[in-house]
Design a protein around this ligand. Structure first.
Ligand code: MN
Length: 256
């Protein structure tokens, strides 16, 4: 089995290395990752400029490819033939922060997996719920192990088409994780604030600032599972149709 490993934090990110080393236990791994941080870049298809790919070495001396494209481009390129061989599985991560609720629409980690799903390749996204004010290097070992376990389950049981798995891991040693929960998307509470500043020439510029988002830890949701020490596995459908609203909009009887 040939795994494509990517992320949205860039090819030098420690979460990518931890994930790559663990997934190697399951088969051949090729890493194609962005050459810079694309966190919160959403689902991108670069069409207005060329994409460059260069060979680089990961910190363990193994070969990888770095692209100036977005995370989803880093999946599209190999699926379109960049490597000259077929990819069987896409694993994206390990993101240092959780991707919960509405985050999935912003997340480069999740949208990289979406790119695999669109091509009907089993795809999973892995994120670690690191504490907000963590100092020093993060320990990705438990999240990497979780990624391997979930990938093994996908291989054993098959992945439904049009669906990816968004996996979020609590920041705990593997033995202390309570278990795995299949969840739905919970509710994020964003605390974004507009920060207006002035450049040295007197022109205003803006940051989207504010504190990190919170979540509503409701039972059955991704936020809820993490907050009680479980791994959250949310099946995400590429069909975004609001089925429960179809009748409502049909009742509008818009013209012909
Ligand atoms: Mn990221």
């Amino acid at each position: 089995m040939h795994f494509l490993v990517t992320n949205d934090d860039g090819v030098t990110a420690p979460g990518l290395l931890a994930l790559t080393q663990e997934i190697r236990k399951l088969g051949k791994v090729t890493v194609v990752a962005p050459d810079k941080n694309w966190s919160a870049s959403g689902h991108v298809k670069t069409m207005n400029r060329p994409l460059r790919v260069k060979e680089v070495l990961l910190e363990d001396g193994s070969r990888a490819f770095a692209s100036d494209g977005a995370p989803s481009d880093c999946v599209a390129l190999p699926l379109l033939g960049l490597l000259g061989e077929k990819v069987d599985f896409v694993v994206s991560g390990i993101n240092p922060n959780a991707n919960l609720g509405h985050d999935v629409t912003y997340s480069g980690t999740v949208t990289a997996a979406m790119e695999g799903t669109i091509s009907n390749i089993p795809s999973i996204a892995i994120s670690l719920d690191a504490p907000e004010y963590h100092n020093g290097p993060l320990d990705y070992r438990a999240a990497a192990q979780v990624a391997r376990v979930v990938a093994e389950k996908v291989i054993e049981n098959r992945m439904p088409s049009n669906v990816l798995l968004n996996v979020n891991v609590p920041y705990l040693p593997f033995e202390e994780i309570k278990g795995f929960r299949v969840t739905r998307q919970g509710l994020r509470v964003y605390r974004d604030e507009l920060v207006r500043r002035e450049d040295p020439r007197g022109h205003p510029y803006y940051w989207i600032g504010g504190d990190a988002p919170l979540g509503v830890p409701e039972e059955g949701t991704d936020v809820g599972a993490l907050s009680s020490g479980f791994v959250s596995i949310t099946p995400i459908s590429m069909d975004l149709t609001a089925y429960d609203c179809l009748k409502h909009f049909e009742s509008w009887n818009i013209g012909k």
